[in-house]
Design a binder for this molecule. Sequence first.
Ligand code: UD1
Length: 416
Amino acid sequence: MDAIRIYGGKCLDGQTAIQGSKNASLPILAATLLIDGTCEIENCPDISDVYHMLRLLESLGCGVVREAALVRVNTRSFSGCDMPADSVGVMRSSVMLAGALLAKTGRICMKYPGGCVIGARPIDLHLRSLRLMGASIEESETGFCAEAARLKGAVLHLPFISVGATENLLLASVLADGVTVIEPAAREPEIRALCGFLQCAGARIEGAGTGRLVIHGVDRLRPVRYRVPADRIVAGTYLSACMCAGGRIFLKDAPADQMESVINCAERMGAAVSREADGILVTGRDHESVCDVVTTGCYPEFPTDMQSLFMAAMALSGRAGRIEETVFENRFRIVSELCKMGADITVQGNVAHVSPAGRLHGAIVRAQELRGGAALVAAALAADGTSIVTNRHYIDRGYEDIVLNLRALGADLELA
Ligand code: UD1
């Protein structure tokens, strides 16, 4: 029961609502550690990464209650015990707890975080910057221990942009002594959401959503209720599924303003996307493609998380395409699986060349990471015959009810 069986060939038609953002809710949940009392997080997606983050918070003694999409985290009973290694191991965002816990308790020991196997994913930027903020850090082969009585504000010049490091350092700096500058900071909407949560709690942050964050440390933060924004990557996933399978779907709450690069690319590849007040309307194949070229980059450029989904759409487009991955070095693991379905894709370094292959056919394929797994489901919707995507647990990390949602859109698929 760790697979999805898809009977391909049905166009999509209907409406689905977009869940809360995974990549916004994880650092926001970590940020609750900085606040004494109960925070209420609305629109928190019911996905396994959030489950693991909540388990980590519980293992630290926090009270955690989930009522549908509302999560309450009470930190009054925080005891700071060890975190379960299996949850730290499976999820990259557990590293976020380092900045928050160091700021809260002055000492943290943890194993190196896990996450999708899409590249080396070191945390050198995180640790180097925490050292500049006064932490003494000892590293071993499996993890690290950090100590700092109170972190000090510092000017942190990062050698390149990192979403996770920006978030971790934000969490480390909001209660630090003095002013911290993070530059270049990542500009992803999820960083803006984290800043929004922290600002509501009383943090003093300038430049949210820009490449330069200035954080004036404060003595304490207060409990807040905060709503997680809709997930732009999940919205992009259903958009891509519609590009693969064809049809017309409405994605309620899809944050079109955060999806410019994805929508532009989809339109260049032949989809029609209409921005409505409460979501987007997607017509999968509306006109001839003028260009099948994708280059990933930091926000606001095309997100690396959407790359495999657009590769699936390209493989089905009947034209040649090219994808350049500039963020992670190992994010083409889906290629061999798409080729099992009849795609013709070759990889040279960080560029994938997609040749016209006609129709795809059903196959048994293996999800090897979260977005790649979703991309295989999208490809299978359009393939002739039956496909089985194994390793569903990767997909469950980030998608709430993907099978039910696609079924509501007219697709024929089931858990297997
Ligand atoms: C986050 C997102 C992920 C997204 C990625 C890029 C979450 C939970 N995950 O991942 O979905 O694909 O941003 O938009 O929000 N790097 C280093 N040293 C470091 C930190 C990063 O070399 O200390 C490298 C990474 O290996 C990678 C690049 O920097 O090649 C970007 O990584 P980063 O932006 O940190 O991604 P994550 O925060 O891991």
